[in-house]
Design a binder for this molecule. Structure first.
Ligand code: IMP
Length: 423
């Protein structure tokens, strides 16, 4: 059986968690393929909001197996807290959750290095979530990392000490003020590791291959967004993993020809956290209104997200790179009440109008060219079928489908599971 893939098409925070939760009924396995606790996947049902960082978003359903793939980086401390947060819901975590032996561990010193690296960059900082993501992936590609499978052997502590010593030297090199008590951090880390070791730690790629042979339906869940991809994102203001479709192949061991549907999720507008170029950013009361209505605050860091109009140049780029076959538009309800909605169709540059995503999107190099679209006044949050949606909203969706040459199969009109309209 083939694998379907779900990923974000903007700068993260598109609402992937909600849609994975909605789709899980149709799948046997939900598999996270990259990123780590920099992600904050939010799900809401029965009046309760849940935020997951490492655990896949299918965990609340009774039957699906949830798998943390080799491409994910895990902080045992955050992972343990996530498990504790799930305890009121009587989920049999140790039965339903599998972890790849090849997933890398975020050590306490990775988090310290992240903080030191950002501090030493001053104004040029990336705006990292400071969860240790960059340093952990650096150790992975530098062939120094410690994997989940390593902690099952007795010898791994020597490697831990060697790596930590190296990190401490690197911290000295950064030469920034950083207050920490490594001993305390390590007590917490080793304690949390015991919880992680209680989970089923498996050769996840063979688990997936066997599941495919047995005809199981698998949904690969991405984290962050395509414009944060280490290769195709707005480098260097990106995360350190492959957030695009290729990441599902390397992060789970799924062959490219086994991927069938690629679900691309985007918001009806654009948001971004951290420092970095953002062509359609709004600095006026419109941006403030979107931010307030959309509750645009980071689920992991609590930082205010910057808001702007939808950018079709960037969205088309993400659709192409990922081979998106179906789109899902989130937070349409947030745009209710605007007289006019703007959509960026092209960028104006020194050499004229362009409609491709260029190497550099600094605001002094490009100006967005907008098309005005009539807005709608109606509240969408109580609507449950397409036929009840206001005409201007449906015209907006039609316009986007034509521009993007891809069907929009789901529109989401609120955070709850129920506020999801299938088309
Ligand atoms: P890092 O992945 O924590 O190193 O952060 C690198 C950049 O990616 C920063 O600009 C972060 O704000 C951004 N980022 C990382 N994870 C997420 C996410 O899940 N949603 C939105 N932005 C993210």
């Amino acid at each position: 059986m083939s694998v379907d893939l779900l990923l974000g098409l903007q700068w993260g925070d598109e609402g992937k968690g909600k849609i994975v939760d909605v789709l899980t009924e149709s799948y046997d396995i939900i598999a996270r393929f990259q990123g780590g606790p920099n992600a904050g996947h939010t799900l809401e049902f029965d009046g309760i909001k849940h935020v997951l960082h490492t655990i896949p978003s299918g965990i609340f359903h009774s039957s699906a197996i949830n798998l943390i793939g080799n491409g994910v980086v895990i902080d045992p401390v955050i992972f343990k807290k996530e498990i504790e947060n799930l305890s009121p819901y009587h989920i049999d975590i140790f039965k339903k959750l599998l972890i790849s032996k090849k997933a890398h561990l975020i050590l306490p010193t990775h988090r310290l290095l992240d903080a030191a690296s950002e501090a030493s960059k001053g104004k040029a900082k990336i705006g990292s979530t400071l969860k240790g993501i960059g340093p952990t992936y650096m150790d992975k590609s530098g062939r120094n990392g410690i994997r989940v499978g390593d902690v099952l052997s007795k010898k791994w502590k020597e490697r831990y000490i060697t790596l930590t010593q190296k990190h401490l030297k690197m911290l000295d090199f950064h030469n920034v003020e950083l207050e920490y008590n490594l001993r305390e951090l390590e007590v917490e880390f080793f304690d949390a590791l015991e919880t992680l070791k209680k989970c089923q730690i498996v050769d996840s790629e063979s688990y997936i291959h066997k599941a495919q042979d047995a005809g199981k339906k698998i949904l690969a869940e991405g984290a962050q967004g395509s414009l944060l991809d280490v290769d195709f994102g707005t480098y260097p203001f990106v995360t350190s993993s492959t957030t695009t479709a290729a990441g599902a192949c390397t992060g789970l061991g799924v062959a490219p020809n086994k991927i069938k549907e690629v679900f691309g999720i985007f918001k009806a507008y654009t948001t971004r956290v951290g420092s970095s170029p953002f062509p359609t950013e709004l600095f006026d009361e419109v941006g403030a209104k979107i931010s307030k209505k959309g509750h645009e605050f980071g689920a992991t860091t609590g930082r205010a997200r910057r808001c702007g109009w939808l950018d079709l140049v960037a969205l088309k780029y993400a659709i192409q790179i990922n081979g998106v076959s179906q789109l899902m538009m989130m937070k349409g309800d947030v745009l209710s009440g605007f007289e006019t909605i703007k959509v960026c169709k092209q960028y104006r540059t020194d050499s004229g109008l362009i409609d491709h995503f260029p190497y550099d999107i600094q605001s002094d190099l490009i100006t967005p060219e907008y098309k005005d679209i009539p807005g709608w006044k109606e509240d969408l949050t109580q609507i449950s079928t397409e036929k009840d949606l206001p005409k201007n909203f449906l015209d907006y969706v039609d316009f986007l489908e034509q521009e993007l040459k891809t069907p929009i199969k789901i529109v989401s009109v609120g955070p709850d599971r129920k506020q999801t309209i299938l088309r």
